[in-house]
Write a protein of this length. Structure first.
Length: 237
C-alpha cells in the first residue's frame, strides 16, 4: 500500500512530531515547512506546529494494518530526540517488535543516542536503522550506527551538501542519496552522486538515488546516468 510520496517507503507513522535543528542538514527542514502548513490547515496533530510533541494515542497504530507494508517511522520528527523519554522510545520499539509483518525504517541525526539506547532496545529483524549524513563532517554518525544491533543498517545522504570522500560502508546494507528540495534548496553536484554510487558498487552496497531536488524536484527528476537507481537491501528472511 503506497501512501507516501517518499520514494523509498510505502507509508509513514509519526508517534511523535516536531524537532529541533542540530546540524547543517536541518537548515531547510521539509518536515518543519509541512508542519507549518498543516497547522495553518487546522490539523490537530500539529497544534504545536513544530515543537516536539508525543502522540501516545498513535503508538499502536501499525497493529491495525493487516497488509504488510514498509513504514518510515517519524518522518515528521526524530525518534531519538533528546526530549523523548526512553520509555516512549521503548514503547515504539515494542510495537515494531509486535508487528513482524511490517518493515520499519528509522532515520536519526542523533547517532550518539543510538549508542546510548542500543542495549535497552529489541532489534527485531523487521527494524531497519539509518543515520543521516549530509556532509563529510557527519561521517562519524556511521560508526555509531555500526555499533547498534540493528539487523539492517542504512544511510541517508540527503540533503547531500558536500562531496563525501572515502566512504567506509563496512556493515552498511543500503545507501540513499538525494538533493535538497524547496524554495531555498542548496545545490547538489552530479560528481558527488557519481562518486558515492561508485563507492557503493565497489563495496557491494545497494544504491538508491532519490532525487536531484531543487526548487522543482519533479522537474529535476531522479535519473542518474540515464537510469533510475532503486536498489534496495536484501530482505532478511
Amino acid at each position: 500500500m503506497k501512501s507516501s510520496r517518499i520514494e523509498w517507503t510505502e507509508t509513514t507513522w509519526n508517534p511523535t512530531t516536531g524537532c529541533t535543528k542540530i546540524s547543517e542538514g536541518c537548515k531547510n527542514c521539509y518536515a518543519e515547512r509541512m508542519a507549518i502548513r498543516l497547522n495553518a490547515m487546522g490539523a490537530e496533530k500539529y497544534r504545536n506546529v513544530f515543537e516536539l510533541t508525543l502522540h501516545p494515542d498513535l503508538i499502536n497504530e501499525p497493529k491495525g494494518w493487516k497488509a504488510p507494508r514498509t513504514v518510515f517511522v517519524n518522518s515528521m520528527s526524530d525518534l531519538f530526540h533528546e526530549q523523548i523519554p526512553s520509555e516512549f522510545i521503548c514503547e515504539v520499539f515494542r510495537t515494531m517488535n509486535d508487528c513482524p509483518q511490517h518493515t520499519f525504517q528509522i532515520l536519526t541525526k542523533r547517532a550518539d543516542k543510538l549508542v546510548q539506547y542500543n542495549e535497552m532496545l529489541q532489534w527485531s529483524k523487521n527494524i531497519w536503522m539509518g543515520v543521516t549524513v549530509e556532509n563529510q563532517k557527519q561521517v562519524h554518525r556511521i560508526d555509531a550506527l555500526r555499533y547498534t544491533s540493528a539487523v539492517v543498517k542504512f544511510l541517508s545522504l540527503e540533503p547531500l551538501l558536500t562531496a563525501i570522500n572515502k566512504l567506509d560502508l563496512k556493515g552498511i546494507d543500503w545507501v540513499i542519496v538525494g538533493g535538497e528540495s524547496g524554495p531555498d534548496a542548496r545545490p547538489i553536484h552530479e560528481n558527488w552522486v557519481k562518486d558515492i554510487k561508485q563507492m557503493c558498487q565497489e563495496q557491494n552496497v545497494p544504491f538508491f538515488f532519490k532525487q536531484w531536488g531543487g526548487k522543482n524536484k519533479k522537474r529535476s527528476g531522479r535519473v542518474l546516468e540515464g537510469k533510475v537507481w532503486d536498489e534496495m537491501p536484501i530482505q532478511i528472511g
